[in-house]
Design a protein. Structure first.
Length: 161
């Protein structure tokens, strides 16, 4: 019986050691990093009406086939200024095609301030490493008191302000 337990223990130990050294790497597991990518253009309304929601269309450039855009961006508030940094997913350790592609995404904005909005869309860095931006100012029209009674500022549609 003692030999059986010893043999069973050795068999289990061998089975565990063999299965833990398995080399079944997936092609889906690879290294990647995130990086801000340049905005090429942005379509924004000429003006906002206080309380209304708008869609801004932003076009970005993806420098190679290793860059993917998954609708991620940083939207940073600085007073009346909004900084927009699109974020790309870059696959590392895989072959890339150097073809540049463009893609467009939308950002919903609800006008909830009376001052003009200043949107600064990231456009990379200059030779000195200073960030560059496409800057667009959008004035805000206020509505009269009669219309403001029907305004729901807690609307679930308002994502960014």
């Amino acid at each position: 019986m003692k030999d059986f337990k010893k043999l069973l223990f050795m068999f289990v130990a061998l089975a565990i050691s063999v299965s833990s050294c398995s080399d079944d790497d997936d092609d889906d597991n690879h290294d990647y990093r995130l990086e801000y990518v340049d905005v090429k253009s942005a379509e924004v309304p000429d003006q906002f009406t206080f309380g209304s929601t708008y869609q801004m269309e932003v076009t970005i450039e993806l420098p190679s086939s290793c860059y993917f855009y998954y609708n991620q961006f940083d939207y940073i508030y600085e007073g009346t200024t909004r900084l927009i940094y699109p974020i790309a997913h870059i696959d590392e350790g895989v072959a890339c095609n150097p073809n540049v592609t463009e893609t467009t995404f939308s950002i919903p904005v609800t006008a909830l301030q009376y001052e003009p909005y200043v949107f600064k869309f990231y456009q990379g860095k200059d030779a000195d490493g200073k960030e560059m931006f496409l800057t667009i100012e959008v004035p805000v029209n206020t509505i009269n008191e009669k219309n403001s009674e029907n305004l729901d500022l807690k609307s679930s549609d308002a994502k960014y302000k």
